[in-house]
Design a binder for this molecule. Sequence first.
Ligand code: NAG
Ligand code: NAG
Ligand code: NAG
Ligand code: NAG
Ligand code: NAG
Ligand code: NAG
Ligand code: NAG
Ligand code: NAG
Length: 447
Amino acid sequence: MKCTSGLMPALAAASVLASTPEPKYRISPIDGSTIALPTQEQLQFQDKEIGVLIHFEMGTYLDIDGCNNVPSLVPNLTLFDPELLNTDQWMDSATALGAQYATLVAKHNCGFTTWPSQVKFQTRDNTTIAYNYTIAQSPVAGDEVVKSFVESAEKYDVGHGFYYSTVVNNFLNVQNSEVNATSWAVGQVRISNETYDEVVDAQLTELWTNYGSLTEIWFDGGYSATQQTTLENMLTELQPQAVVFNACDVTTGECLSQNPVRWVGTETGEAPIENWSTGITNDGGDPTSPSFCPSVCDTTLQTQDRWFYGVDQPLRPLTELISVYHTSVGRNCMLELDLSPDRSGLIPASYAARYKQLGDFIKSCYDGWAGDTLVSGLGEVVDDGVTDGTLDVPWTMLSNGTSVGHKKIDVFEQAVTVTEVLVNSTFVDTPKWRDVSLHLCDQLVAS
Ligand SMILES: *[C@@H]1O[C@H](CO)[C@@H](O)[C@H](O)[C@H]1NC(C)=O
Ligand SMILES: *[C@@H]1O[C@H](CO)[C@@H](O)[C@H](O)[C@H]1NC(C)=O
Ligand SMILES: *[C@@H]1O[C@H](CO)[C@@H](O)[C@H](O)[C@H]1NC(C)=O
Ligand SMILES: *[C@@H]1O[C@H](CO)[C@@H](O)[C@H](O)[C@H]1NC(C)=O
Ligand SMILES: *[C@@H]1O[C@H](CO)[C@@H](O)[C@H](O)[C@H]1NC(C)=O
Ligand SMILES: *[C@@H]1O[C@H](CO)[C@@H](O)[C@H](O)[C@H]1NC(C)=O
Ligand SMILES: *[C@@H]1O[C@H](CO)[C@@H](O)[C@H](O)[C@H]1NC(C)=O
Ligand SMILES: CC(=O)N[C@H]1CO[C@H](CO)[C@@H](O)[C@@H]1O
């Protein structure tokens, strides 16, 4: 499991809970269809358009891409040794890209935490021990990656959030939310399934209590049925404003939060051509769904779907990343681009240059377009048949499609001469357009 998602099958058995947030929708006055309603938090999140997902953890010091699929691996604490750690420098790249929020992996599958977790728990022989697989036991004891990241994000006015994998923890011998009861490798401690849930709740309480108001919370691979109620209550109490990635159970339609966002279904950075802000399945969504749940396109800067820094790992070329922007943000998806500091704790210069090149392209082409105007809270209403055309009689169709959502960008490989544009659409309620505009991007094919 890298940044893949999808709820664990165990969740299907979850009972319906009184506190489970219900989707909010209204009925179309035109054709009686269902129009899912967004929360202000979801709309504000969509307005951010671009974020970074920061992978800096024990996995940074492995030659493989983290502890995924190696259940018995508990890397030696002495490996984690970032001698030049500088989270302001990470934010230089995030802001050069144009990212408006940053989500940090605070615990990945090895089980290592980059904050000095104070959690204590009982082992199977009833001894109480400390969760001593954290930055406080590493060679950089005294440094706090999580705290420093939050301070830098606030300084740069970038929203911040956390990724914490609840379903895998090698240190505690957990895969698919279950503690392996048959075999323990070097470095693994023996606990019960009940204790595991307590550790997850206690560590998330630390993350959700001590580091301010979070923009996004990431559940990689979802969460287990036994954790659902507690997580719902904790989110309501501690971080009600956060948008929650992978918050919904596709089988029951239940979501942990009023502000769910969904995985678009791939890690390539490409959303389906028709991509709706509604529907909870991991694909292009569903215009008839009562659930407003925008999609997130998480993808890497490095080639080969590599999330943690890889020694000598090539970067994706600028032309490919420009295309990623158009097939994510341009298709109503949040672009969440990986940021992978190296083993010294810095973004390598070549990586920083690539983030800036992409950010510069986006600015040069689209700056000022649909800036900070607020959209209505009216849901997604454009139904189909969006047509742009020139004034020549009859109108010439330049592009067509169904969903517009937050933003739809149609890219033309060659310049088109246009004197006037008509957008002809059918809809399930009168749409509110923020802006329709044409851009000449001379850098489109340059790189
Ligand atoms: C971790 O590495 C250190 C230094 O090489 C070594 O002394 C220690 O025994 C190792 N710990 C484990 C659990 O292998
Ligand atoms: C641990 O405590 C439980 C409950 O008090 C008890 O049933 C169990 O035998 C104890 N286990 C050990 C190894 O002492
Ligand atoms: C962590 O705690 C366990 C149990 O108390 C102990 O055996 C181990 O040596 C500790 N490891 C570190 C790095 O402190
Ligand atoms: C428990 O771990 C052992 C050793 O890694 C493995 O062979 C076994 O399949 C695991 N059990 C489960 C239920 O995953
Ligand atoms: C945890 O629960 C799973 C599923 O019920 C079970 O297979 C496993 O043995 C349990 N682990 C422990 C340590 O009891
Ligand atoms: C867009 O136009 C093409 C060519 O006329 C047509 O095949 C396609 O069905 C249209 N798509 C939509 C969503 O209207
Ligand atoms: C706009 O769409 C309607 C319905 O599809 C169609 O009848 C009409 O001809 C279109 N207008 C133009 C100018 O294309
Ligand atoms: C309405 C619509 O176009 N839905 C599409 C969304 O994307 C999925 C694939 O991810 C398609 O199967 C749907 O047809």
